[in-house]
Design a protein around this ligand. Structure first.
Ligand SMILES: Cc1cc2nc3c(=O)[nH]c(=O)nc-3n(C[C@H](O)[C@H](O)[C@H](O)COP(=O)(O)OP(=O)(O)OC[C@H]3O[C@@H](n4cnc5c(N)ncnc54)[C@H](O)[C@@H]3O)c2cc1C
Ligand code: SF4
Length: 322
């Protein structure tokens, strides 16, 4: 079938605020669980240093998947590779929703074909428009720095915090002593590193445009204006169905608002749908400094002159951005 393009959001404001864009990953996951299926997605570890696949079959644990984790992920669940875990669930004739990067979906499908899986009809795959993650150790270093600064343990972390709305994007860290660190994402060391220091394979990603292997692709509906149909100030997803199965999943959803758009309006403002990220001109300098002086020095040294002055001025005034 030909791809179809939509603006969509979850009709549950509380849950929508906890999602990165329009909460459609939650809406689809909820529907799969209510129909007796199992969802594979990404959660943070308890210390937020890393992100890993988890298998969920009840609504109580679904909140673990909330929000984008902008870091590389571990693909093992209880000592078993995640693709093998999916295979085992399908073998038991249960429905599976697998949510992952477009390359994880491509690799899952190759794995299942190689192992002669007969149950593809039970599998729904959901990926997102992807510029690629940053190495998990960058997040670990950033969190350790914040924990030292706030002299407290991190208890919650989001790189897509709605403060209070979907745009602009904020980073939020919450500590056990009740303190909060809330900053525009791209003003923080973590956000700056995310922009500059991509993962090598993502500069030549083959899972773009019609090469997505998933049933459904989600992303942020950038470029949608408040007067456009489907706009929600708490977040609107762009949703692309690539298969009939994806369309069927969409048609079964309740508690969502969905509006069809043409391709140009839907993904025209989202270059990562079509093409791989370009290597930032500061990548090699960042990498070199990061490897022997760490995150904070690498970020500072790759600032341009006005940004360095602004940073030092803020430091002098006691306002530490980080
Ligand atoms: C590394 C990364 C880069 C992205 N780049 C873009 C982009 O350039 N343009 C764009 O429009 N959208 C991008 N997105 C997607 C966007 O941030 C939202 O995740 C998407 O719009 C879905 O939002 P939601 O509100 O439906 O769900 P959310 O509540 O955000 O749920 C996200 C789902 O994605 C899964 N997930 C979270 N982190 C990861 C991860 N690291 N690897 C695999 N699965 C994960 C979770 O299991 C969860 O089910 C990116 C996401 C990630 C993780
Ligand atoms: S950009 Fe491509 S290669 Fe990188 S994580 Fe996303 S899908 Fe995988």
């Amino acid at each position: 079938m030909n791809e179809k393009y939509y603006a969509a959001y979850l009709n549950n404001e509380e849950q929508l605020k906890l999602s990165s864009s329009g909460g459609m990953a939650y809406a689809i996951s909820e529907q799969i669980i209510l129909s007796g299926g199992v969802v594979f997605g990404i959660r943070y570890s308890n210390d937020f240093f890393c992100a890993k696949y988890v298998k969920i079959d009840n609504l109580e644990n679904l909140s673990l998947l909330n929000g984008s984790k902008y870091i590389t992920t571990e693909k093992v669940i209880d000592g078993v590779g995640v693709f093998k875990s999916v295979y085992n669930v399908l073998l038991n004739q249960r429905k599976v929703l697998f949510i992952g990067t477009p390359c994880d979906i491509g690799n899952l499908i190759s794995f299942l074909k190689k192992n002669k899986c007969q149950d593809f009809d039970k599998l729904v795959t959901l990926d997102f428009i992807c510029q690629g993650p940053i190495k998990a150790k960058v997040q670990k270093e950033y969190i350790q720095f914040l924990e030292h600064k706030y002299n407290s343990t991190l208890v919650d972390f989001s790189v897509r915090y709605k403060h209070p709305y979907w745009k602009p994007v904020y980073l939020r860290a919450v500590f056990s002593n009740g303190k909060e660190h809330i900053k525009p994402l791209y003003s923080t060391d973590f956000g700056r590193a995310f922009r500059i220091y991509g993962t090598e394979r993502c500069y030549k990603c083959k899972y773009k445009d019609a090469n997505h292997c998933s049933d459904i692709t989600l992303g942020d509906f950038w470029g949608l204006l408040p007067e456009d149909k489907g706009y929600n100030r708490y977040g609107t997803s762009v949703l692309v169905t690539h298969t009939d199965k994806g369309e069927k999943v969409l048609n079964r959803l309740s508690n969502v608002m969905i509006f069809e758009y043409d391709k140009e309006k839907a993904v025209g403002n989202n270059p990562m749908y079509y093409e791989s990220r370009k290597r930032n001109e500061k990548f090699y300098k960042f990498e070199k400094i990061y490897s022997y002086k760490g995150l904070h020095k690498a970020v500072f040294c790759t600032r341009n002159f006005p940004s360095k002055i602004k940073y030092l001025l803020n430091l002098f005034l006691g306002k530490r951005p980080y």
